[in-house]
Design a binder for this molecule. Structure first.
Ligand SMILES: NC(=O)c1ccc[n+]([C@@H]2O[C@H](COP(=O)([O-])OP(=O)(O)OC[C@H]3O[C@@H](n4cnc5c(N)ncnc54)[C@H](OP(=O)(O)O)[C@@H]3O)[C@@H](O)[C@H]2O)c1
Length: 308
């Protein structure tokens, strides 16, 4: 079969022949890959910068995807830390980490959407007790995960969603997706009274936003839950101790590890239905798997999906 293979740390993936997978025990299933998303997690696991990567090479990357099993079922699967990911004609999955998708779904849309959409879906459903009517601020709202977070917060009944980012043109487009207000990071005090922050940026923008936001809160004793989900602007953010004392601030992380695999799996069917039903707008761009080397470094707002 063909696969994308990363021969060594820091090397680009190469499209080449690769041995076919074989089932080793009862829990394994060889499946045909239909579509696999190129997410931040895909790259960071492959280059060893993600805490969930195993650092073994050669590596076939690909953390999830839409596959067809030998019975003809179409499944979405999130693979565990493995040297044989989904960037291949065929791969090996643990079916317990997959869900069977309804007939007629578009594999590319699902492969593009599930990783970025799951980030806010699971955080709001499984990491906090999100109650309809709450006010939400999304930091990093113009990225794939951020724009889905805007839509998912609305879907879950948020009364007001403020979308924050750097790029005014991209921000403007979020109004059509449900954002009640769009702001840049230097206008953060306008979102001071939200109940929940969904943070994809961290780093300097978060550190700079937090104190002005807390200082401008009308009622500092009102709970503010800061959901830490992504770190596109920096792995660390210097948070002054006063931030945690001067307001009723709670910082909660959400991702692999803090959310058990069974919780992710339990949410997959409902999220897949929401995507398949068009409740979440998806920006997907399909490319042949053979173009993986080019795709790996391509700069695009769309989520690239590789199709074997
Ligand atoms: N924990 C989880 O479950 C989970 C799941 C999915 C994703 N994530 C993480 O969430 C983050 C976003 O993922 P994504 O899929 O939305 O990525 P994406 O589609 O590539 O979007 C990233 C966005 O971040 C903004 N950005 C980039 N550099 C920035 C900087 N220095 N300061 C401020 N904003 C910056 C850009 O928006 P502008 O240029 O418009 O400002 C860009 O649109 C990543 O760190 C990813 O690893 C976490």
């Amino acid at each position: 079969m063909h696969a994308a293979v990363i021969p060594a740390p820091d090397a680009l993936p190469v499209y080449r022949d690769h041995p076919d997978p074989t089932e080793r025990h009862g829990d394994d299933m060889v499946v045909e890959v239909l579509a696999a998303g190129l997410h931040h997690l895909t790259r960071s696991r492959a280059n060893g910068s993600h805490y969930s990567g195993n650092g073994r090479f050669p590596l076939v990357p690909g953390v999830d995807g839409v596959v067809r099993d030998s019975a003809g079922n179409i499944r979405y699967v999130a693979v565990d830390d493995t040297s044989l990911g989904t960037f291949a004609d065929r791969t090996l999955i643990d079916p317990r980490r997959s869900v069977i998708l309804p007939d007629g779904i578009d594999p590319v849309q699902i492969a593009a959407a599930m990783n970025p959409a799951m980030s806010s879906w699971v955080a709001l459903r499984r990491r906090i007790d999100f109650i309809p009517g709450r006010h939400v601020l999304v930091l990093g709202a113009t990225g794939n995960a951020g724009r889905m977070a805007v839509q998912i917060a609305k879907l879950f009944g948020a009364a007001r969603v403020v979308a924050a980012g750097r790029d005014c043109a991209r921000l403007e487009a979020l109004t059509a997706l449900g954002a009640d207000e769009t702001i840049t990071y230097d206008q953060i005090d306008r979102a001071a009274d939200v109940d929940v922050v969904i943070d994809y940026v961290w780093g300097e923008p978060t550190a700079r936003a937090m104190i002005p936001m807390l200082s401008a809160r009308a009622d500092r004793t009102a709970p503010l839950t800061w959901l830490q989900i992504g770190s596109i602007a920096g792995q660390t953010a210097p948070i002054p101790s006063a931030a945690l004392r001067s307001a009723r601030l709670q910082i909660v992380g959400s991702g692999i590890g803090s959310v058990p695999a069974r919780d992710f799996l339990a949410e997959l069917p409902a999220l897949a239905s929401a995507v398949a039903g068009g409740a979440i707008d998806v920006r997907a761009r399909a490319l042949p798997l053979a173009q993986v080397s080019h795709a790996w470094t391509a700069e695009t707002d769309d989520r690239i999906v590789l199709v074997p």
